[in-house]
Design a protein around this ligand. Structure first.
Ligand SMILES: [Ca+2]
Ligand SMILES: [Ca+2]
Length: 226
């Protein structure tokens, strides 16, 4: 009886797993979906595509979460460079930003000047650790066509994952722009969906196809050896 069995070489197995993880990572690039809290500073406001007005689902000029959950030109000016700084806490409810190579998180300003923002991260929504700050740039202009992106790395706080982020207005105080940082959205560059949220059609066939191919290869080799 031929008992020879096909075994996957460790390097090949690792390559298959890495390819599947890479595909999952690419397919799951996401933006924040929840606003946990918003403490506006003076001069805050919401706007559409660089106009002064905003016509979201809650009506003109009224803040709603949809202004900051899509990179679409609808933005929330956090306000408060002239008094207590505006602050917003946001969440990825379907998973966590994970620490990958380089930056893991991007904040987008799509209105007026590039203002300053401080970004902190938290895994549990209560203990926040500093990721860093974008100090803003008066000569740099932001628009929906050319958003001002600020990049943050979880490694700066020694975190491996986080799903809550706290953004606080900073800088350009001397230039007296009370509307301050104009947040369009926050995007994850490295994202791990919650186990219950992993879309089976996206992940499972990939593994199944890989394993099936190896199974067929094993069968063919075994048949050839008989
Ligand atoms: Ca701005
Ligand atoms: Ca937006």
């Amino acid at each position: 009886m031929n008992t020879k069995r096909y075994t996957m070489r460790p390097a090949t197995a690792a390559a298959v797993v890495m390819a599947c993880l890479f595909m999952t990572d690419l397919a799951s690039a996401v933006t924040i979906d929840t606003v946990v809290s918003f403490a506006p500073g003076a001069g805050y406001g919401v706007m559409n595509n660089n106009s002064a007005s905003y016509s979201g689902p809650s009506g003109a000029g009224t803040f709603d979460a949809s202004a900051v959950t899509v990179l679409d030109g609808a933005a929330l000016a956090l306000g408060g460079t002239t008094d207590s700084p505006g602050q917003i806490v946001v969440n990825f409810s379907t998973g966590s930003v994970i620490n990958g190579p380089g930056a893991d998180l991007v904040t987008y300003d799509t209105f007026g000047h590039s203002e300053g923002i401080i970004v902190e991260a938290s895994a549990d929504g209560s203990t926040f650790l500093l990721l860093g700050l974008n100090s803003g740039s008066l000569p740099t202009l932001c628009s929906p066509a050319i958003p001002c992106a600020s990049y943050f790395d979880l490694a700066a706080a020694g975190l491996t994952s986080a799903s809550f982020f706290r953004l606080t207005v900073t800088d350009l105080v001397v230039f007296n722009f009370p509307q301050a940082y104009d947040l369009d959205t926050v995007e994850a560059l490295h994202f791990q969906p919650n186990v219950s949220e992993v879309p089976l059609p996206a992940a499972l066939p990939l593994f199944a196809t890989g394993l099936g191919a190896f199974g067929l290869l094993g069968w063919w080799r075994k048949r050839k050896a008989v």
